[in-house]
Design a protein around this ligand. Structure first.
Ligand SMILES: *Cc1c(COP(=O)(O)O)cnc(C)c1O
Length: 346
């Protein structure tokens, strides 16, 4: 059975490109399923319960994408004429099609972070006072790891401090944890500690964890009941989703600890990039994302085309900025090929 892309292609564009392994596919094929709209899919239920327990939250809602889990959570936490505080390069603002305006009719307060990380003082200063001219601040949304920040991680004390500020002001707290497991593995933090800092957490199963599809939204049972109606109106009520949930269960049980390998490979890529004369700047990777800026002498289009000729794919991340992502389908042999290709361009 062929389950992976041609081995000649090393795809560093994203950790979403992974294909399920034979063992994951076998788990999917063996899953007991039912109609999830009738709440009759035992495998979906098991995944939701398992994920919620890991993060110290009550319940889960399995959805097709991280964009959907984030946008459902934002809509459930806010009402029109409100405002969401987030970092200016956060995924919920930059890469979710303006969904905050579209779905929730809410405004955004965009704060400049340090590699995507906000401080409690910044958050507190952005909370709107009661005034007829202002939207009312109803939600703070953080991202951990932070994608545009180069896979950066929050310290637990900072999450605690931001959570405290939000609670004091009666503001809901959401975490876009698309790559939360990368943060947990890199920092040694415990997932169980996260439930106290957030009212809702979105976890992607199709990034580093390697499933074909799916994200799970975690929170209280009452909150998720509201979210389930929003998922339905978005067309996200699905049926025998247990086949996909089984991949998520398999990933939670087997693919978390191995993220450390992706981090090691990202660190190695950053080291090699740092030695190249055509690289102007590399954000030191904290997890599996390597973001770097090419010198003006190396046009980004030429760099990407040269890699592409050798079966290596990467993505452009702004003028002269490139992102490499390590994942389940990039092994040490692939890493060596990338290193050789980078050195040959010097
Ligand atoms: C990938 C990602 C998402 C969700 O993306 P989908 O493609 O909709 O699953 C959300 N937040 C961050 C930070 C991401 O990187």
């Amino acid at each position: 059975m062929t389950t992976s892309a041609s081995p000649s292609v090393i795809d560093l564009r994203s950790d979403t490109v992974t294909r399920p392994t034979p063992a994951m596919l076998a788990a999917m094929m063996a899953a007991p399923v039912g109609d999830d709209v009738y709440e009759e899919d035992p495998t979906v239920r098991r995944l939701e319960e398992m994920a919620a327990a890991r993060f110290g939250l009550e319940a889960g809602l399995f959805c097709p994408s991280g964009t959907m889990t984030n946008q459902i959570a934002i809509k459930a936490h806010t009402e029109p004429l409100s405002e969401v505080i987030c970092e200016q390069t956060s995924h919920i603002y930059l890469w979710e099609v303006g969904g905050i305006a579209f779905h929730s009719g809410a405004s955004v307060a965009l704060l400049p972070g340090q590699r995507g990380r906000l401080t409690a003082a910044q958050v507190e200063a952005a909370i709107r006072p009661e005034n007829v001219h202002y939207p009312s601040t109803q939600l703070i949304s953080l991202e951990n790891t932070h994608n545009r920040g180069g896979g950066s991680c929050y310290a637990l004390e900072d999450l605690q401090a931001i959570s405290d500020v939000a609670r004091r002001h009666g503001i809901a707290r959401h975490l876009d944890g698309a790559r939360i497991f990368n943060a947990l593995v890199a920092t040694g933090q415990r997932s169980e500690d996260y439930g106290q800092f957030f009212d809702s957490i979105s976890v992607c199963l199709s990034k580093g964890l390697g499933t074909p599809v799916g994200s799970v939204l975690l929170g209280s049972a009452a909150f998720l009941k509201k979210c389930k109606r929003i998922r339905k109106v978005m067309g996200g009520g699905w049926r025998q989703a247990g086949y996909l949930a089984a991949a998520g269960i398999y990933a939670l049980e087997n693919n978390v600890a191995r993220l450390a390998d992706d981090h090691r490979r990202a660190a190695r890529l950053a080291e090699v990039l740092g030695q190249q004369p055509y690289v102007a700047e590399v954000l030191t990777p904290e997890t599996n994302l390597v973001i770097f800026r090419l010198a003006d002498t190396m046009p980004a289009a030429d760099f990407l085309a040269t890699l592409e000729q050798q079966g290596i794919r990467a993505s452009s991340f702004g003028p002269q900025w490139i992102r490499f992502v390590t994942h389940l389908d990039v092994d040490d042999a692939g890493l060596n090929r990338v290193e050789a290709a980078l050195a040959a361009m010097a």
